[in-house]
Design a protein around this ligand. Structure first.
Ligand code: T4K
Length: 376
């Protein structure tokens, strides 16, 4: 393998949304034009919901305009109060949802292999104010769902999973959305599967359905009664149409991401300064991100900057750590493992139509920049 760097003519971004065949999408648009039904539980929305329920083998599904509002609504629907134990190694949305709902996030450190909440450290954060655990399946790697449920049962806590990255993931053949009380999936343009913007909740307790429906529609339970202080978080017919088109290709898309991921793993193996994400055998992954850890923050920041010279755009997901955000006043030294990962992480470009030759060239460019020439 050669190790010459490659300068690309156009930007290779960390991700790129999957777009369906244009004509397929316009067929849906024609239906919408003919029907003049644009949002509020339209037929496309309902069809999309049924197909997702089937694909995810979920007991119950509700759709939302985006993943973030879905998460806030999940917290409200479970009537959580006080403190929620959560991870600082996540996107802003997870913590903001807790705070926007008037609760206090309590940060638990993460596991150094999965980067997910460290189940062995949860119990020490439980107080008489704790009402739930909000864990994130970061980069689509499942949390220790059994360990978390054991603790939740022992202390009578609810469990919400931020599964924004985990669409299509399975543990021992069981769909990931079936664990905990509620799971939230993001269907944003940057995700493995998108409906432009969009979010969905899967949940086991069917009695939550009417409350979730009301909360996303201003709290209305009938045209004449408003039982909750709700919001507007409904998915519209255009979003649902994009989702329907993309859902028909999802297996192919995940399969292609698996191939890209394998090319990276092959191209970056044996590099002394790079640690690759550990992937467990019993997991059906979705290859949503390709994160690597560099030796230290200096090397990570230099590589991130230097790759820009070649038009390779990587992202520091997730840096800064949430407990270092300017808008909060938490102490990130209390979560040292998360802090260390956050300072070393870099996500490389991955999407479902990324050219294999580009992936190989990115690997060679990284090797060149790190001064590690041989692939043996
Ligand atoms: N929980 C977790 C753990 C999450 O990661 C997220 C979202 C949520 C909750 C909330 O779910 P949503 O409410 O979003 O459904 C992006 C996404 O906007 C965000 O959805 C995602 N996590 C987060 C990890 O990544 P940014 O600020 O990095 O996006 P942006 O605009 O910089 O886009 C990233 C790259 O994607 C760009 O380099 C270019 C490319 N891109 C982006 C868009 C929007 C395109 O090529 N086309 C596009 O249309 O947050």
């Amino acid at each position: 393998m050669t190790n010459k760097p490659t300068k690309f003519d156009s930007l290779i971004n960390v991700t790129q949304p999957k777009l369906p065949d244009f004509n397929e999408f316009t067929k849906h648009l024609k239906d919408i034009w003919d029907r003049k039904w644009l949002t509020n539980d339209g037929p496309k929305h309902n069809q999309f919901k049924d197909e997702l329920k089937n694909y995810l083998s979920a007991n119950n599904v509700e759709l939302f305009t985006n993943g973030h509002l879905a998460l806030e609504i999940a917290i409200k629907a479970l009537e959580l109060k006080g403190e929620i134990i959560t991870t600082p190694f996540t996107f802003a949305s997870t913590t903001h949802a807790i705070v926007n709902c008037g609760l206090t996030p309590i940060f638990c450190d993460v596991d150094s292999t999965t980067y997910n909440i460290d189940v062995n450290q949860i119990e020490k954060h439980i107080t008489d104010q704790t009402s739930a655990i909000l864990a994130v399946h970061v980069f689509g790697t499942p949390c220790d769902v059994e360990g978390i449920q054991e603790i939740a049962d022992k202390y009578n806590l609810k469990v919400i999973y931020d599964a924004a990255h985990a669409f299509g993931v399975e543990i021992d053949g069981k769909p990931i959305g079936n664990f905990g009380d509620i799971s939230m999936f993001s269907l944003h343009a940057t995700k493995v599967f998108n409906s432009i913007e969009g979010g969905l909740l899967t949940f086991n307790d069917e009695t939550l359905t009417s409350k979730l429906k009301a909360l996303k529609n201003f709290g209305l339970t009938t045209p004449d009664s408003v039982d909750y202080v709700g919001t507007n978080a409904k998915m519209n017919e255009f979003q649902a149409s994009m989702g329907l088109c993309n859902l028909s290709n999802i297996e192919e898309d995940i399969g292609y991401r698996k191939y890209v991921s394998k090319l990276y793993t092959e191209g970056l193996k044996n590099l002394s300064n790079i640690t690759l994400l550990f992937r467990q055998e019993n997991i059906r992954h979705n290859y949503s991100y390709y994160p690597v850890l560099l030796k230290d923050v200096k090397m990570r920041d230099e590589l991130h900057e230097n790759l820009k010279k070649y038009n390779i755009i990587t992202r520091k997901y997730f840096y800064p750590l949430v407990n270092d955000f300017n808008c909060y006043n938490f102490d990130s030294s209390l979560t040292p493992v998360a802090k260390n990962i956050s300072e070393r992480v870099l996500c490389l470009p991955i999407y479902s139509d990324l050219d294999p030759e580009v992936v190989k060239a990115i690997c060679n460019t990284i090797r060149y920049e790190l001064g590690e020439m041989s692939n043996d």
